[in-house]
Ligand binder design. Sequence first.
Ligand code: ADP
Length: 179
Amino acid sequence: MQTVRRALYPGSFNPVHYGHLDIARRALAVFDELVIGVYVHPDKVDLFTGPERIALIEEAIGDDDRVRVASYNQLTVDYAKDVGASAIVRGLRVFSDFELEFRMALANRRLAPGIEIVNFIAAEEHLHISSSTVREVASLGGDVSWMAPPHVVSALARRFAELKSRGVSSSYMTSLGKD
Ligand code: ADP
């Protein structure tokens, strides 16, 4: 029997954008199945809740039996083991990502030597996209349609309109979800 190569793609995805989706698509060319794990910090107020972030990812992925989206709030390597993943997929954009990912990969290997960390280099056109940039530009009314799919753009517009109508300041709004 052939073993299924399953990978975990963990992140905050707050919200999902084209950079994330490109990595997911490319990971599916290498692995049979992908679990997209949305890390939900138990004590943090984020712009989108865990279930909202999951719904936005699911809509972006569409109907694909190879992908499952779920939230978690444990050690990533433990979650990878729980879902039966043999690898953790991460994207690399700028040099600052490299240092962080390098340190995380070394720590994760100590914690779970059986799980490989697989890094994909971001596509050039997505290098400067991050969820915080998406949130910041959208909170100020800028165009984010080149960074995220239409349903994410609409969800951002709705959320910021709702926060503004409640008198929430834009600096607080962009801080939502910051690490
Ligand atoms: P963000 O930095 O956008 O908030 P996350 O923290 O949710 O993203 O990151 C989840 C994973 O996706 C990380 O491995 C991150 O490096 C990767 N990633 C984020 N943005 C991009 C991008 N523009 N291109 C490729 N990979 C990315």
